[in-house]
Design a protein around this ligand. Structure first.
Ligand SMILES: [Zn+2]
Length: 120
């Protein structure tokens, strides 16, 4: 059981896990705050509609879930966009119609920025 850190999202995980199961890391999508920072820095490009959502989300947030502000609604819409971070990692296998053979090299969906081992 070794510990790894994702170079894209910073997540740490063990593989195999304590119960012996293999873990296949997938980076979480950018949160609204992460997306705002990445868009401002130019590391992620967004379309005009997303830019408008980011501008609306920058306004004051409400504190009453029953009466969301326009900024709250914009943040909720941004959270649904599923925008991948730079270097997105997805260690799941590439799906195909026929199963992989036992000793076959299985391609990953995205090595992205990769992961590094940080512990035994
Ligand atoms: Zn990751």
């Amino acid at each position: 059981m070794a510990t790894y850190k994702c170079n894209a999202c910073g997540a740490t995980f063990t593989n195999p896990q304590r119960d012996g199961l293999l873990y296949f890391h997938v980076c979480r999508p950018l949160s609204p705050d992460e997306l705002a920072i990445a868009a401002a820095a130019g590391t992620v490009r967004v379309d005009a509609a997303t830019e408008q959502l980011l501008a609306r989300a920058a306004a004051a947030r409400g504190n009453d879930p029953a009466h969301p502000t326009d900024a709250d609604l914009a943040r909720a819409a941004l959270a649904e966009l599923d925008i991948k971070r730079p270097g997105h990692v997805d260690q799941n296998s590439v799906p195909r119609a026929r199963p992989y053979e036992r000793d076959e090299i299985v391609p990953r969906r995205s090595d992205g920025a990769g992961v590094v081992q940080v512990g035994a």
